[in-house]
Design a protein around this ligand. Structure first.
Ligand code: ATP
Length: 263
């Protein structure tokens, strides 16, 4: 996938999300450049998932704007945001357990299909071609994330780590310009985390832009180009992993919290 790295892909400006008068996100501004891996971190309850939800259309911002690929996201619905080029995974795995790994990914590619309902019902040549393309692309994605040999297995029978990889493949199947990963390493052991770091880098090298929420500091510091830090809904830092690690406000936010429980 070809990308012009360095330009702004996503711009979050003065984003505020309130729940019953309480600001879960308070006037947060940051951007994501094409081709970068941006980490979004902060202690529990800092507003990371709320920020994801506002970007992906789950929540309407109380104030502020999100501009994606040069145009405001405004009040468009979730599925339209997928079509605009933003895909996400969730903190808790959300797969169709009874479907095979390949079918799960093909559902993702469906979001890109151009065949009309007419094409689907009357099985037009375009429909057949798109169906075949979806299978080929789905297989390629399963290989890419490292679970190709499990394509025909029911998603619910896959080991947990492979389910997480499948979620990533399914999100990639929508051909997003921005891939948002919400704690993809949750529940992983150290060697699985190291392997996941490799996969995230491979995804970026393939031309995707990645927004990553992750609790594991070693992973975040090791894989991101830049990190935005939230605390109590406000942005307290924005910089390279080294700058963020040495930032006194960030150190204070995490003080006394062991690495594995932080972020
Ligand atoms: N739908 C909601 N209704 C009310 N309050 C909410 C809602 N979603 C989030 N909040 C509150 O907003 C704040 C930020 O929550 P959020 O889940 O965004 O934090 P987080 O940084 O993702 O935390 P964690 O690391 O624990 O997942 C919290 O105080 C949370 O209780």
């Amino acid at each position: 996938m070809a990308t012009a790295t360095g330009e702004t892909l996503l711009e979050v400006n003065g984003l505020t999300v309130e729940f019953g008068g309480l600001a879960a996100l308070d006037d947060v501004t940051f951007d994501i450049k094409r081709g970068e891996i941006l980490g979004l971190i902060g202690p529990n309850g800092a507003g990371k998932t709320t920020c994801f939800n506002a970007i992906t259309g789950v929540y309407r911002p109380t104030r502020g704007t999100v501009t994606f690929d040069g145009a405001p996201l405004g009040k468009i619905k979730q599925h339209k945001i997928t079509r605009r080029g933003i895909a996400r995974t969730f903190q808790n795995v959300r797969l169709w357990g009874e479907m095979t790994a390949l079918e799960n990914v093909c559902v993702g590619t469906d979001a890109r299909h151009k065949t009309s309902v007419f094409g689907g019902i009357f099985r037009t040549p375009r429909h057949y071609r798109e169906e075949r393309d979806a299978v080929d692309r789905g297989m390629a994605l399963l290989e890419f994330v490292g679970i190709g040999p499990r394509a025909a297995e029911k998603a619910s029978n896959l080991p947990y780590g492979d389910q997480r990889r499948l979620e990533i493949a399914r999100a990639m199947a929508t051909e997003p310009k921005l891939l948002c990963l919400d704690e993809p390493a949750a529940g992983f052991n150290p060697s699985e985390k190291t392997a996941l770091m490799g996969l995230i880098q491979k995804i970026r090298d393939d031309g995707y832009t990645v927004l990553l929420i992750e609790h594991d500091m070693r992973l975040v510091m090791g894989v991101t180009d830049r990190i935005v830090v939230l605390e109590f809904g406000r942005k307290i830092a924005d910089g390279s992993p080294r700058e963020v690690r040495d930032n006194p406000a960030v150190v204070a936010a995490y003080l006394g919290v062991p690495d594995d429980e932080s972020a």
